[in-house]
Design a protein. Structure first.
Lengths: 322, 295
């Protein structure tokens, strides 16, 4: 077996059990919670016969061990229960919302990587006033709660200036097709993506700056300078290239933070993703959906980490040997 | 008696002066730390004197006409239920600080315990504990806290406990790293040679040397806890009987078009708290790590 395949298998063995752990934790929480677990697994509403049918289906009248096995096998088959309030299976409700959330997360990731890498590199190359201003700005950027930042951006750009929509993903009442649909989504995406990106730019800038500073102390930089290569080329071609790996891996491992960020940002802009679904479900006490979003969110984060980890091993052969 | 008293006072004065001298050096060297320290100090004072500088009871409805924009009597305006926003923001600072400090106390207790056992004993136990820690680091902590509070009941106590029990992994890892390096030092070997018990070596010899390294991270953890509480409040997971900056932003969300001040002031104050704690924590890390100081 080639070492690469061996490496990938080892990573799979490392990550897949985590999904099982997430499901076990969920089951334990539901069992430990005060009151009848039926109401958490089914929701607080529903007529007697529905609740009774669900109780039998979930095996809640059977011993704990059976309940556990039923729960695990249900979840692994993609059955997260049924939302009585919305008359739809929980899994379907969530899966429908994932693309919108991913669109928001990936757009914000792209913008913040682009801006953060450029700004961070400049900050590292020109230390002094620019550096100090940037690090102060990045502290502020990291600190401001992005859901509040989103509210302020919404008030300024949508309410006061009126140049962006108040929320949603498409204009209501227009049946846009093709390019027009794409532009309409882009128009709605601008403010939420900007909010999420601003928060992440600060982090990316900080990491890039540190990484480039480290790279600039290496011997090959001295060599490059001695050869008379212009400084801008030394920084952007020689130092940045070698500094990029930590930045890229960081961006990948940061998916969890961005996902939570997206969930909060979506709520501000009524962006129809998992966050809005979560917000509505909390208000309606639709617990099966809340639990489902926790499980799906965790799985997304675990998979993202797995992918980055494997890519890291492919890019940098040294990692494979560890 | 008198003499002893005087000697004690002298001693205290001496210790006080030393502390003052030491801290003055920190202030001079590190402007970030200074800025953070001042901001956090002001925030704490505001939280303490909240009852004396507000003129309405917190959470009391209809003390003003709903949606009144900022005026002299209501400096931050009045919300949808006629509650004074200025009063609730000041009491909200209290809530944030209480949540931050209590949740971090819980996560420190768990994190230190796990980190200490893993770092000191090593072997299979360490492997097992660190695998659990790594898993706990990957699961989105915010969502886990949210689920815990949602199904266990939305009260203040549950919010603090939930935030505390999801945020220990970082502390555990740091603690383990500290223990791994400190336990190799000669004084630990000496303690072992003298025949001290493991408990004594851990708590009286190693732990006091490991604590300073995690203090800045504890400060940053307070920050995270405050943000998690605010985020939960923003999604509507909060105790309705406790003033909360996050919950105020949740209410404000429904009236963004109509009442900008309902969102603006609570969020601004929340940002200031977080900026202060971030500066303080970063400043401490820089100060304790001379390698970073030179950069």
């Amino acid at each position: 077996m080639s070492p690469l395949i061996f490496f990938i298998i080892r990573r799979l063995i490392q990550y897949v059990p985590m999904i099982l752990v997430v499901i076990i934790v969920t089951f334990l929480l539901v069992r430990l919670a005060p009151g009848d677990p039926t109401y958490i697994l089914v929701g607080e509403v529903g007529d007697e016969s529905f609740v009774k049918a669900m109780r039998e289906r979930l095996g809640l009248d059977r011993p704990l061990y059976d309940q556990f096995v039923i729960y695990i096998s249900n979840v692994f088959r993609g059955d997260l229960g049924y939302s009585y309030l919305r008359s739809e299976p929980v899994a379907k409700l969530i899966v429908e919302r994932i693309p919108a959330t991913l669109l928001l997360v990936l757009t914000a990731m792209f913008i913040s990587a682009l801006v953060g890498i450029i700004v961070g590199t400049i900050a590292a190359a020109r230390r002094g006033v620019a550096d100090l201003t940037l690090s102060t700005l990045s502290i502020i950027g990291i600190s401001i709660p992005y859901f509040w930042l989103g509210q302020i951006i919404l008030i300024v750009f949508a309410v006061w200036l009126g140049i962006f929509p108040l929320g949603g993903m498409v204009s209501v009442g227009y049946e846009y097709q093709g390019l027009e649909y794409f532009l309409d989504v882009l128009y709605h995406l601008t403010l939420p993506a900007m909010t999420l990106a601003i928060f992440n730019i600060a982090f990316t800038t900080k990491i890039t700056r540190g990484s480039v500073l480290e790279a600039l102390t290496q011997d090959y930089i001295v060599t490059a300078r001695a050869k008379g290569i212009p400084e801008s080329r030394v920084v952007f071609r020689h130092a940045l290239r070698n500094a990029l790996i930590p930045v890229v891996t960081y961006t990948g491992f940061n998916t969890g933070v961005l996902l939570v960020g997206a969930i909060l940002t979506e709520t501000v802009f009524a962006w129809p993703g998992m966050g809005s679904l979560l917000y509505d479900s909390i208000r309606l006490r639709d617990y099966p959906v809340v639990l489902g979003i926790f499980i799906y969110g965790s799985i997304i984060v675990i998979l993202a980490n797995l992918i980055v980890d494997v890519l890291y091993g492919i890019i940098d052969p040294r990692i494979r040997l560890r | 008696m008198n003499n002893q008293g005087a000697a004690y006072t002298y001693h205290l004065k001496n210790v006080g002066l030393q502390l003052l001298y030491k801290s003055s050096k920190v202030f001079k060297v590190n402007p970030r730390f200074t800025a953070g320290f001042i901001i956090v100090l002001i925030v704490i004072i505001l939280a303490l004197v909240a009852p004396f500088i507000t003129w309405y009871p917190p959470l009391k409805t209809l003390v003003g006409k709903p949606f009144t924009p900022p005026v002299a009597l209501h400096p931050f305006g009045v919300d949808d239920l006629g509650r004074d926003i200025y009063t609730n923001v000041l009491y909200g600072i209290r809530t944030s600080l209480i949540v931050g400090v209590s949740a971090v106390t819980i996560s420190l207790a768990i994190g230190i315990l796990i980190g200490v056992i893993a770092g000191y004993y090593g072997g299979l136990l360490e492997d097992a504990l660190m695998r659990i820690t790594d898993m706990a680091l990957i699961i989105p902590q915010f969502l886990l806290a949210l689920v815990i509070v949602a199904i266990f009941g939305q009260n203040f106590q549950n919010i603090i406990i939930a935030i505390g029990i999801v945020s220990w992994p970082g502390i555990a890892r740091m603690m383990r790293a500290e223990f791994l390096s400190i336990k190799e030092r000669p004084f630990v070997e000496a303690a072992k040679a003298v025949g001290l018990s493991d408990v004594k070596i851990i708590f009286e010899e190693i732990l006091p040397n490991a604590i300073p390294a995690i203090i800045p991270y504890a400060v940053l953890q307070v920050n995270t806890a405050i943000l998690v509480e605010a985020g939960l409040g923003f999604l509507g997971i909060a105790d309705p009987n406790v003033p909360s900056l996050g919950l105020m932003l949740n209410t404000a969300q429904q009236y963004l078009v109509r009442a900008w001040f309902m969102a603006f002031f609570p969020g601004l104050v929340l940002s200031i708290i977080v900026i202060g704690l971030n500066l303080l924590g970063d400043g401490l890390i820089e100060h304790l790590n001379p390698r970073l100081r030179k950069r």
